[in-house]
Write a protein that binds this ligand. Structure first.
Ligand code: P1T
Length: 379
């Protein structure tokens, strides 16, 4: 089955008791048993919920994963991966990544004795150099948030596997429509489902997919033991959202290209970070591992002061100033002051995340209106 067909049908059957074509919302905390331990495969809703199971099967299919599990947020999915490790273990992570992931790694898990080394993974030798015998996991985010760097998943997986480490890829910016990390050699794919997958800015959720049964069992153990599970109503909303994922992504990519090119030709814009440009430093890798280039981008104005950036951010009318991304409506954000404020400034600026950087999540509105808003905001 191809992607669009899988989005609508994988794991989804009409309800056997009524024929309802839409997966019912099983709003229940428990399931009645015929006798002690005699049940229909569902015991307690933290452990299993039929609405959640349908979504998990559907998302696993979109990522070509044998196993899939949903969590209460992207962060709880990420946390579950790190919990597989033990004190003394080490993780090599990309340095340019979502601020919340950086905070979780450095302010939560370092306290529990797990060591994180952050490197620029565009330089593969820096990955090799950072690996030690204690490295059990390589954490990749690509495209990166917010600099839109592209990391070669296959090359990093080769390096990690030679040293016996697993590779997890945060695939949030690409969505499964644009990139499937497991097909490129990764062991784990993670999503903030909140973003493109849900697509309508109305749900917080995370996902982990893998082909490794042992890893999936650990994820299931933590999913049940820690209990960071999404509710059935949210699962229903995501199942509904996924039915248009391929159509939405096509429009996000089309609008993304038009906005990136418009910004690049704008006399008041200095730099535009978008992997679809042929001269983007990682364009060839993006072409190799992604099907298109998406609707996320960042830019810096020629007048690159914080004041000018703040003035511009406040001037948008159609783009809403907000954290998050990947919804149908366009958003504009200020990484230094919003999504990446938990990364110390000296670390942020190394990779180009300056105070004047502006990030766009280009939605699926009519492109003429988006460009008009951009032009009036830049002034
Ligand atoms: O918000 P949550 O569903 O917990 O997902 C966290 C997360 C993980 N990974 C990436 C790449 C992300 O971008 C995010 C969340 N990011 C934002 C809220 C943002 O505006 O960048």
């Amino acid at each position: 089955m191809k992607f669009g067909t899988k989005a609508l049908h994988a794991g989804i059957e009409p309800d056997p008791s009524t024929g309802a074509i839409m997966t019912p919302i099983f709003q229940t905390s428990t399931y009645v048993q015929d006798g002690p331990g005699v049940h229909k495969g569902f015991e307690y809703a933290r452990t299993q919920n039929p609405t959640r199971s349908v979504l998990e099967k559907n998302l696993a299919s979109l990522e070509n994963a044998k196993y899939g599990r949903c969590f209460a947020s992207g962060m709880s999915a990420t946390e579950t991966v790190i919990k597989v490790l033990k004190p003394g273990d080490e993780v090599v992570s990309t340095g340019d990544l979502y601020g919340g992931s950086f905070r979780l790694f450095t302010q939560v898990f370092e306290e529990y004795g797990i060591k994180f080394t952050f490197v620029d993974m565009r330089d593969l030798s820096s990955v090799e150099e950072a690996m030690s015998d204690k490295t059990k996991l390589v954490w990749v985010e690509t495209p990166t948030n917010p600099m839109l760097n592209i990391i070669d998943i296959q090359a990093v997986a080769d390096i990690a596997h030679k040293r016996g480490a697993k590779v997890a890829v945060d695939n949030t910016f690409a969505s499964p429509y644009l990139q499937n990390p497991l097909d490129l050699g990764a062991d784990i794919v993670m999503h903030s489902v909140t973003k493109y997958i849900a697509g309508h800015s109305d749900v917080i959720m995370g996902f982990l997919g893998t082909n490794d049964q042992e890893l999936d069992e650990r994820f299931g153990f933590f999913q049940n033991s820690s209990g960071a599970v999404p509710g059935p109503q949210d699962c229903f909303l995501v199942i509904r959202g996924i039915k248009t994922l391929h159509i939405r992504m096509q429009r996000h990519c089309e609008n993304g290209r038009a906005i990136a090119e418009h910004l690049r030709n704008h006399p008041k814009v200095d730099k535009v970070y978008w992997p679809g440009f042929e001269d983007h430093p990682n364009h060839e890798i993006a072409k190799k591992q992604m099907r298109d280039f998406g609707g996320m981008m960042s830019f810096v104005l020629k007048e690159d002061t914080l004041e000018k950036a703040e003035e511009t951010l406040s001037a948008f009318k159609l783009f809403s100033l907000a954290e998050s991304l990947g919804g149908v409506e366009s958003l504009v954000g200020h990484p230094a002051g919003m999504t990446h404020a938990s990364i110390p400034k000296e670390k942020r600026i190394v990779g180009g995340l300056v105070d004047s950087l502006i990030r766009l999540s280009v939605g699926i509105e009519d492109i003429e209106d988006l460009i008009a808003d951009l032009d009036q905001a830049i002034g």
